[in-house]
Design a protein around this ligand. Structure first.
Ligand code: HAM
Length: 419
């Protein structure tokens, strides 16, 4: 029986990993410039943490979480996102006792039981960033500026930034009633899920993916018309700062995001290139979540990038030209192989990436192997060369060959490789 990966779970193969690593390194470099520090959190949490943080009526919690009971009956969930876990860690370790503002990021797999399709997986990866302790709006615009700078430095410029404000809980009450009134006229046309949402959490009707519900929501009232003075001022300042930073954006009053914890600023970065799953990153402010988790009331804002979607944009744009070893040693005969085996380890100690074929193949097969690995040079050593005390060094790009003394070959290769 041959096994296959579980539906919606994908392998990231060695040829693809380079793009992932470059993306992650660039993110770390840029986050460093803005003073962010990495935090690593577990993949499993109590189910309750996400239910309370993200909201019982959201699709993520009600339909998409991987949950199970462990041997002691504890109800656990594989994390569908990172924000709730970061806040849990923040409160559990009393990080708030240190500096007043914490800038954190994490990277890793998230799990949502969604219908797999292009740009949507059941295991996917996020780069998640949070600022905890600053009420904004300067930090809101800086965070948005940082994410766009990261995309730009990756060569992704053809992107759209959508922003919205979801106000505060006080604004939400009148908006919810107005929305409910609006939806009443369409009750029978809404899908069964939305008919239920209309009663429990009408804002979540905005997340529905059913065509008729999407159409009905096009003319629905929007949160922006219900903002209190403070929230309206916050949103205006955010717009002013984004303009000062020279950023293009679209105010999208239908951007409700699929999680219940948001307050005030929300945003999404969208691409025209990926079809239906066009959001490559999304986030917003969640000023009440810390208190909801029984921590000290602390404002916060963050975002998460969907790594698979960004990788899809990056693949194909990257320059060809694979990295290969500094040296491949083509040894012929047991004596040469034994000598080469020791050189190899000495060279690696000196920081040289080198390879050889341990299967005693012929010269032609070894040269093919070196070619496939994209080796920069090949050192050819057989019995004759050992007897003479000099091997043949071939530069694989110029095809030039010359003799090199074997007693100093390790130093010679080190000199060439570190040039
Ligand atoms: P989210 O919008 O649920 O936000 O996810 C962020 C990004 O993750 C999406 O824009 C998308 O690119 C990617 N994503 C989500 N689901 C999938 C999937 N099934 N397959 C592939 N990619 C996916 C959050 O998770 C919030 N925690 C972001 C945040 C941080 N808000 C504040 N701080």
């Amino acid at each position: 029986m041959q096994y296959k990966a579980v539906r919606g779970f994908k392998d990231i193969l060695p040829d693809q990993v380079g793009t992932w690593t470059r993306f992650e390194q660039e993110a770390k470099r840029i986050f460093g410039l803005f003073g962010y520090r990495e935090i690593r959190i577990p993949i499993l949490e109590s189910m309750e943490l996400f239910a309370r943080g993200i909201g019982e009526d959201t699709d993520i919690v009600s339909k998409e979480m991987y949950t199970f009971r462990d041997r002691r009956g504890n109800h656990l969930a594989m994390r569908p996102e990172a924000t709730a876990s970061i806040l849990r860690a923040f409160i559990e370790h009393k990080l708030y006792k240190g500096s007043p503002v914490h800038k954190l990021y994490t990277m890793g797999p998230m799990f949502r039981y969604e219908r797999p399709q292009k740009g949507r997986r059941r295991q996917f990866h996020q780069i998640d960033v949070e600022i905890i302790g600053d009420p904004g709006p300067r930090s809101d615009s800086e965070l948005i500026y940082m994410i766009m700078q990261l995309f730009s430095s990756l060569g992704l410029d053809d992107l759209e930034l959508h922003i919205n404000s979801l106000g505060c809980p006080t604004d939400r009450g009148p908006f919810r009633s107005k929305l409910k009134d609006y939806l009443k006229d369409y009750t029978s046309q809404l899908c069964p899920d939305c008919q239920e949402r209309m009663e429990t959490n009408p804002l979540r009707v905005f997340d529905c993916k059913v065509d008729r519900c999407i159409e009905i929501m096009k003319d629905a009232p929007t949160m922006l018309d219900f903002l209190c003075e403070d929230c309206a001022q916050h949103f205006k300042q955010l717009e002013d700062y984004l303009t000062q930073l020279g950023m293009d954006y679209v105010v999208n009053s239908h951007l409700m995001r699929g999680l219940d914890y948001y307050t005030r600023t929300t945003f999404e970065v969208q691409t025209p290139e990926l079809g239906a799953q066009n959001a490559i990153a999304g986030g917003g402010r969640y000023d009440n979540l810390m208190a909801d988790f029984d921590g000290p009331a602390t404002p916060a804002i963050g975002f998460a990038i969907g790594q698979e979607r960004v990788i899809e944009l990056l693949e194909g744009r990257e320059e060809a030209g694979e990295q290969g070893p500094d040296l491949f040693v083509a040894a012929l005969g047991t004596d040469a192989e034994d000598r080469a085996f020791v050189w190899l380890q000495e060279m690696r100690k000196k920081g040289i990436w080198c390879e050889m074929d341990y299967r005693s193949s012929g010269l032609k097969a070894q040269m093919r192997h070196a070619d496939r690995l994209h080796a920069k040079r090949v050192l050819i050593v057989g019995d004759d060369e050992l007897a003479k005390g000099s091997g043949i060094l071939r530069d694989m790009s110029t095809k030039e060959q010359r003799e090199v003394p074997l007693d100093t070959v390790v130093d010679e290769i080190a000199r060439l490789s570190h040039r």
